[in-house]
Design a protein. Sequence first.
Length: 319
Amino acid sequence: MHRVAVLVRHGVMPLELGIVHQLFRQAISPEGTRLYDVVTCTLEPGPVRTDADFPIEVTVGPEVLAGADTVLVPATHEPDETETEGRLPAPLAAAFALIRPSARIASICTGAFALAAAGLLDGAVATTHWLSAEKFRLLYPRVRLEPGVLYTDNGRVLTSAGEAAGIDLCLHLIRCDHGAAVANDVARRTVVPPHRDGGQAQFIPRPVAEPRVAATGAARAWALDRLDRPLTLRELAGQASMSVRTFTRRFREEVGTSPSRWLTRQRVELARQLLEETDLDVDQVARRTGFGSAGSLRAHLHAAIGVTPTAYRATFRGR
């Protein structure tokens, strides 16, 4: 079983800790077995202060990190050397030294400061809460900070923005490990949107789970029912009763990307679902998703996730 270790420090937010446990513990195989073992650890076992009016009791020390497959580092609201001097405190450095080179490491919110102080983000793209972006840039100029996105994935090291973006990051990790079907099932169980792309803007005026209340929401819902056919920007704008120019601007404000890139992402996600859950051949999947040809589907899927349709199906089919 994949072990997820959550390293908490004084000042942790209960919501961030709860996110990890809730999502990973909900992930189950088609046979009904749990896919992750989640354990909370701290630098020194005992009561850990939170940013609420209650502490949490953590009985496990940092030694558990040595056997973890994934390490999650939530934020702390009690500034330490990572946020004031740009370096790791000795106890935290000793804990990070226990993490195996093959283990995946991810941060939630300003937990990215700890990853940056450990040198794990040098030269990499990262994000953190937008309110802390200026301080982060000053302390860690070697990190390519992108404060406008929900999460970043550099392979072994990942970062996410504020608390809610931690949900998106955890679902992304589950999706990478076990495919869209398992991740979507976790999302349904916890009543959250199944997928928000990492490049989506942090600033979302209205809940993503209720797209029709946004100005471009009805057009997006209309498009999702017609991904199998060519869709023009003029058609989308017409569904929102806007000019193309106004629609494009409002769409970017609400979704964080252009309509064409959003459409491509939706088609890729539909293709992944069809490859996992149906016996359609690659040509049929290409037609169902609006890519038209197997070659186009292969090119877009490879650009998005780095594998061919056949390889993707072989990895995730039946899980």
